[in-house]
Design a protein around this ligand. Structure first.
Ligand SMILES: Nc1ncnc2c1ncn2[C@@H]1O[C@H](COP(=O)(O)OP(=O)(O)OP(=O)(O)O)[C@@H](O)[C@H]1O
Length: 590
């Protein structure tokens, strides 16, 4: 049972390797033909030497020696050239497959929804896309080359050896079954140890990635020592895993090499007797020794080939786990394109309910509303009341069931994702800037936009005067490798990016929290009076700004508790009144 499972898994890995190689089959085939030629020529050389020795035993002639020497030299040179070509071809295929896999992994990850990255850490994904892909490259380069070479070496050498002396061939090959048993005994252990190395590497890269992203937090809480210890522990684990694997490999490889050399000893011992009996010529004997030597090297390499294969198998599993994960948020087959200039911007929800996986209470519970085109609606409510969940649901960053959210009356799950996201400009709480110019950051959604358009968006987002003061104005590099912007500057840059795409609907998820009330109000006024008269959904804890919107939705525990204008709500007893009172009190105190 276990064995059949193992062999079916082995077949699966081979199938996958076949799939990786298929696009490059011509190069692989050429490489294999080159290896075949190398071995064909290689088999010929000991026979020539044998002929030379046997001939020279009868008559000694310098001309003949020179003849044999030149022929051997020419053949060896041809072999060398073809071997080089085979290596270039096969290693090149390994690099090509590495390129293909990296490309596929990245493209696949781009299609996954944000929640995928909450369960699969970035460090782990990076380790799979780099070191695991590297292992597959080595498997396809080195392991394929050495395996095919070994197969040809045996296939061509053994028949010639048998034709020279059956007895000596059997003696030379007697150790080989022992080698196979050894390899089998070690292979499970090698695979498990290999897996441990790869898992430890992933855990270490996860920690590095997390700690370096959260370096300020580590410093604020003075946790350097603890983090150093955690790193040392994982690093120690990796060292231990690597050393254990090295121990197993260092036991197996010399054993294989040693056994192969025993063939040579056995042949020397039995060959002498055969020559004395006249059963074997000196030339045949020398040829036999050369043949066994030809087999020793590929056989000793078998250990490396096996580990490269097993390491590759583990990596194939880890890479395929990414490639076979299905994105949950995809276009339904029935979607039809919706050009954004045909969208008016009416947004509605009908009994919208959503629960995060593994959470008991729904984050949105029977939410219903209709927002008219051009309306500015603020969403307020206590922390954790479901505001961000609602904002994420609108551009389908969450896996929302059909029949719950509508844009201009059309179910958003019937709109192609690309069109929906072009129609709803969403500015998340965390404003992320790429390490590029501020110009490129703002025109991220419209990469071909000209500077005046970028400047206009910056003006609407009230960041233009500050950009004019940056060292290289719109060409200033920002983000991780550039100048550091303040929280408010980052937020307004992210807002300018969203305004750049001129979407009919703009959703701001607490995206002006680092901006003072007056600036936030000016920005909202810009949106209302802009050319597009956009529908704006504006999540905020800034009650003073929210009060200026056309209507306000008050959320509480995943439900809409109240909805109306500021004047209506402030007169109704309820959550809005409380929030407003609290706001006024804070204003007085500040
Ligand atoms: N990725 C997630 N997985 C599981 N639960 C989540 C996730 N994100 C939010 N929640 C939960 O869903 C509920 C609503 O959260 P949400 O972020 O929508 O609230 P919010 O009103 O935007 O809060 P805040 O004002 O603090 O931004 C909370 O109980 C929160 O713990």
């Amino acid at each position: 049972m276990a064995r059949s499972q193992q062999s079916s898994q082995g077949n699966w890995h081979l199938k996958k390797l076949g799939e990786y190689l298929r696009p490059h089959w011509q190069r692989v085939a050429l490489g294999v033909v080159a290896l075949m030629l190398v071995n064909l020529v290689g088999v010929r050389i000991p026979l020539l030497i044998r002929d030379g020795i046997d001939e020279l035993q009868v008559t000694f002639s310098f001309n003949r020696i020179t003849y044999y020497a030149v022929v051997v030299l020419v053949l060896a040179s041809i072999m060398w050239v073809i071997r080089m070509a085979s290596r270039i071809l096969i290693f090149g295929v390994g690099r090509q497959v590495e390129f293909d896999l990296k490309q596929r992994i990245f493209e696949h990850l781009l299609g996954m929804e944000p929640s995928y990255f909450a369960t699969n850490t970035i460090g782990e994904l990076i380790s799979r896309a780099t070191s695991d892909v590297d292992n597959i490259r080595r498997l396809l380069g080195f392991a394929v080359l050495s395996l095919v070479n070994t197969l040809f070496a045996y296939a061509f050498t053994v028949p010639v050896m048998l034709s020279l002396s059956v007895r000596l061939t059997v003696v030379a090959l007697v150790v080989y079954p022992v080698m196979l048993i050894l390899v089998r005994l070690f292979s499970d252990r090698l695979r498990n140890q290999q897996l441990r190395v790869q898992q430890s590497t992933s855990r270490l890269s996860e920690l590095i990635q997390e700690d370096l992203s959260g370096i300020s937090l580590i410093k604020i809480y003075a946790q350097e020592e603890n983090e150093r210890r955690a790193f040392a522990e994982l690093n120690d684990n990796l060292l231990d895993a690597n050393l254990t694997l090295a121990r197993t490999r260092n036991t197996l490889f010399p054993l294989l090499g040693g056994l192969a050399s025993i063939s040579l000893l056995l042949i020397l011992a039995t060959g002498a007797g055969a020559i004395a009996d006249g059963a074997l010529s000196v030339g045949d004997f020398v040829a036999m020794v050369l043949y066994v030597e030809r087999l020793v090297f590929p056989t000793a390499l078998l250990g490396f080939t096996i580990t490269a294969y097993q390491r590759g198998e583990v990596s194939i599993d880890r890479v395929e786990a990414i490639l076979t994960s299905q994105p949950k948020i995809v276009d339904a087959p029935s979607v039809q394109a919706v050009p954004s200039d045909t969208i008016r911007g009416q947004l509605s929800a009908r009994d919208l309910t959503f629960a995060y996986p593994d959470s008991k209470a729904p984050a949105l519970n029977g939410v219903s509303f209709t927002i008219q085109p051009g309306e500015t609606v603020a969403i307020v409510g206590p922390i954790g009341s479901g505001k961000s969940t609602l904002a994420n649901a609108l551009p389908r960053l969450l896996d929302i069931a059909p029949g719950q959210i509508f844009l201009d009356g059309q179910d958003i799950t019937d709109i192609p994702l690309a069109d929906l996201r072009k129609a709803i400009a969403y500015v998340p709480q965390e404003s992320f800037l790429f390490s590029s110019t501020i110009n490129n950051n703002i025109r991220y959604g419209e990469p071909l936009a000209e500077l005046p358009e970028v400047q206009h968006a910056a003006k609407l987002a009230q960041i233009a005067p500050e950009i004019d003061n940056f060292p290289k104005r719109y060409d200033t590099i920002v983000g991780e490798r550039g100048i550091t912007l303040s929280g408010g500057q980052r937020q307004r840059s992210a807002l300018a990016r969203a305004l750049m795409i001129e979407a009919p609907v703009v959703v701001l998820d607490d995206a002006l929290s680092s901006v003072d009330n007056q600036t936030a109000t000016d920005i909202l006024n810009n949106l209302k009076t802009g050319t597009q008269n956009q529908t704006v959904l504006f999540i905020s804890h800034q009650m003073g700004v929210a009060a200026l919107s056309d209507r306000i939705m008050v959320m509480d525990q995943g439900r809409i508790a109240q909805i109306g204008t500021h004047d209506e709500l402030v007169r109704q007893p309820g959550l809005y009144q409380q929030l407003w009172e609290q706001h006024k009190l804070e204003e007085v105190l500040l």
